[in-house]
Write a protein that binds this ligand. Structure first.
Ligand code: GDD
Ligand code: MN
Length: 353
């Protein structure tokens, strides 16, 4: 059976049209609709009446509690289905695609996301400002967390999953983006994204606000801290940044104070910075038990760094000399490319288990 969980906060006018659309879309399927309501308007009254008339519809009304993601978690706990869906109440999420999502689950996908950003999808119902905020949020999320990276619309509030994905998993989301929590902590193998068009909101206004945007960032930090492989990458970047400062410091010391030649100062400063980075990464970034000898690890790290420098210069010159991109931007791209290489190579080789 499918349980459709719908968080509601003051959606009085939307409940009836929404349930009618869901019921006609899912004719012939076994399903229940479970509203998790935090309203202080007439919504609970509408839900009360509706659930009396239709045994397929249930609702939970929470007092003195708010929050979209926690409402969904509460819905997961009370759901009777072995397949769970989550969607909004305001008809911005079209119930017509529920059958396609269900089919995709039955074809073997564990988690199916209704997506605005795969071909055929569209986020037309958002204002230009909200579109920009949403784009930034998606970029940061996909950059910060490896498991989120393959997903085009990880902040979607419309998705379906097999219960086993979250069974036994502790979900402690902060704010709105319950899907991010599931993507990072859930147990799934196959995912799919199904396009949909995010229409304009019906009735009332969006409850998204600056507090929820800050909550999103706090939620991301919490997810990164709880995910060792993502945390390791960010520690590596932190060490790299410290390395730049160490490099600058020694360069100035040799060049200005000891009046050494520029190239010699740079060579010495770079070698020292790489050594510092190696030690820091060995203590702080890759904290596991190591089998390889310290000296071997150091040699491997130097070799990776050397290749990284070649990559940096190659990207810089290709972009600057051939594509005429300003040197500073081209160097930025070179640094990104060599950082990615250095992390990958050191993770796979220097500190491989
Ligand atoms: N129970 C409960 N408690 N529900 C809430 C609360 C709350 O505190 N706040 C909002 N909701 C409900 C709304 O009633 C609605 O059904 C749904 O959550 C989404 O709220 P909207 O105010 O319509 O948000 P939005 O349209 O700006 O954004 C939605 O769609 C985006 C695209 O999928 C959200 O689902 C976003 O997370 C999503 O990215
Ligand atoms: Mn909405």
């Amino acid at each position: 059976m499918l349980t459709i969980i719908i968080p509601t906060r003051n959606e009085e006018q939307n409940i009836i049209p929404l349930t009618e659309l869901i019921c006609s879309s899912l004719q012939g399927q076994a399903f229940e609709i479970l509203f998790v309501d935090d309203s202080n308007d007439g919504t609970p009254r509408v839900l009360e009446e509706l659930s009396h008339k239709n045994p397929q519809i249930r609702f939970i009304h929470r007092h003195n509690q708010r929050g979209l993601a926690t409402a969904v978690v509460e819905g997961f706990k009370a759901a009777r289905g072995n397949i769970l869906a989550v969607m909004d109440a305001d008809l911005q999420h079209p119930p017509e695609i529920l059958p396609h999502m269900l089919k995709s689950i039955r074809e073997g996908n564990d988690l199916v996301i209704a997506s605005r950003f795969v071909p055929g999808g569209d986020d037309g119902g958002l204002s230009p400002l909200r579109k920009l905020i949403s784009l930034t949020a998606r970029l940061i999320g996909r950059l910060a967390l490896k498991k989120v990276r393959p997903v085009k619309d990880p902040v979607s509030g419309f998705f379906m999953l097999k219960r086993k994905v979250i069974d036994g998993v502790t979900l402690s989301p902060l704010g709105w983006k319950i899907l991010m929590e599931i993507l990072v902590r859930g147990r799934y193998h196959r995912t799919a994204e199904i396009p949909y068009i995010f229409e304009r909101r019906r009735g009332n206004h969006s409850k998204m606000n600056i507090t929820e945007q800050v909550n999103y960032l706090r939620h991301l930090v919490r997810l990164v801290l709880s995910s060792p492989e993502d945390l390791r990458f960010w520690k590596f970047c932190l060490v790299g940044t410290a390395g730049v400062m160490v490099n600058m410091f020694f360069f100035l010391l040799f060049n200005r104070l000891f009046s050494l030649d520029v190239v010699l100062s740079a060579l010495l400063a770079t070698s020292l910075a790489i050594f510092g980075n190696f030690m820091l990464n060995d203590f702080f970034t890759w904290t596991q038990q190591k089998e390889d000898h310290l000296l071997n690890r150091a040699i491997k790290f130097y070799l990776c760094s050397g290749a990284g420098m070649v990559i940096n210069v190659a990207v810089l010159s290709a972009l600057h000399c051939y594509l005429r991109i300003p040197a500073i931007l081209a160097n930025g791209a070179g640094i990104l490319a060599s950082t990615a290489w250095n992390y990958y190579a050191n993770n796979r080789w220097t500190w491989a288990n």
